[in-house]
Design a protein around this ligand. Structure first.
Ligand code: SAM
Length: 330
């Protein structure tokens, strides 16, 4: 952590931990007619560890698909970058295990770059920085603890060099269709003309495959979602009894998304100290926790064009379950 501290800049100090934003989001979400909690708050230290476990699960295919893609095409990606210096920006970097494949390739090819992982989870960035240190001791690394939007704002003021932006792991799928357009247009506007974006999309496929990925037999996805209630208890003095909430996740074909929620298994009232108020839950009432939108390749291409990018290439895994699409800012 000593090492990581010197390499990590906190743009929004304790953004999720010190209550304000988190408390407001919880109050808004639990007061709504259709209750919800933003999924980005799942990722405290425990949530980030649970996600790393999810990536190892036999049912969770997206990580393996994307690893296959990056292993196969990393040299081709390196060729796109040439000899000019660039920032390698990793949005929602997580534990960076797939990014490592690219770091290795770019380093071996003698590319001149600095690495800028951006993540809301400070613990993820610290673990990643410590993990990279032994192998990449000369790497110029500047991790930013920030929400995507704050990170982009920061980048738009510090973008004198070319950028190669990674948005992997189908993170884009957590936005609904309208939000993803808004986000990608914002991203485009913080980039320079000619900058590259490699963005991962989970493609539509047999529903049972998608549903199983979010309903693993070890129950890690359930713990991951329940971590939201854990955080409310730990950080906001919530009195949730986790045994009275059940994780439920299914594919909604009309939306084209896996929709996950926590169901209150009984009628109950829960007090949250930091908000100084109670919230009522009906029997089997859901709290929406996460959506994971799936895409057709035509939707991917339309999104690129509508948001100010042109498509350079599409890299698929062998089953065509996932695509890393390479876009250039027009
Ligand atoms: C699904 S994981 C993917 C991690 C990595 N990109 C990968 O492909 O393995 C999502 C990551 O994005 C981060 N994240 C989620 N919402 C975020 C937000 N609004 N701003 C910044 N980071 C966010 C989480 O902390 C987590 O590390």
């Amino acid at each position: 952590v000593r090492l990581a501290e010197s390499k990590i800049e906190i743009i929004e100090p304790k953004q999720c931990r010190d209550g304000d934003n988190f408390a407001r989001a919880v109050e808004r979400g639990l007061s709504a007619e259709n209750k919800s909690l933003p999924c980005k708050y799942i990722y405290d230290e425990r949530g980030s560890c649970l996600f790393s476990e999810i990536m190892n699960l036999p049912e969770y295919y997206p990580t393996r698909c994307e690893k296959e893609i990056l292993t196969r095409y990393r040299s081709c990606l390196s060729d796109y970058l040439g000899d000019e210096p660039f920032h390698l920006v990793d949005l929602g970097a997580g534990d960076g295990r797939k990014t490592k494949l690219l770091l290795r390739q770019f380093t071996n090819d003698g590319r001149k770059f600095s690495f800028v992982p951006i993540d809301i989870s400070q613990s993820s960035l610290e673990c990643m920085a410590n993990d990279l240190e032994p192998e990449f001791c000369d790497l110029k690394l500047k991790g930013l603890v920030a929400d995507y939007f704050k990170g982009l704002e920061y980048l738009s003021h510090n973008n004198r060099e070319r950028n190669f932006v990674l948005f992997l792991g189908s993170n884009i799928g957590n936005f609904n269709r309208e939000e993803s357009r808004e986000f990608l247009t914002g991203l485009r506007n913080s980039l320079n003309d000619g900058d590259l974006l490699l963005i991962g999309f989970d493609l539509k496929k047999k529903t049972s495959v998608m549903v199983e990925a979010y309903n693993d037999s070890a129950g890690i996805s359930a713990q991951f979602n329940l971590n939201l209630l854990n955080r409310i208890n730990g950080e906001l003095g919530g009195e949730f009894d986790l045994d009275t909430f059940k994780y439920y996740s299914n594919y909604e074909a009309r939306q084209g998304a896996i929709v996950s929620c926590l169901l209150s298994t009984r009628k109950q009232t829960v007090f949250i100290d930091a908000l100084d108020r109670e919230f009522d839950f009906g029997k089997w009432e859901p709290i929406h926790t996460e959506s994971s939108y799936k895409f057709g390749i035509e939707q991917v291409h339309r999104l690129a064009r509508d948001c100010g990018f042109e498509i350079e290439d599409d890299f698929f895994d062998s089953r065509r379950w996932f695509v890393d699409s390479l876009w250039r800012a027009r």
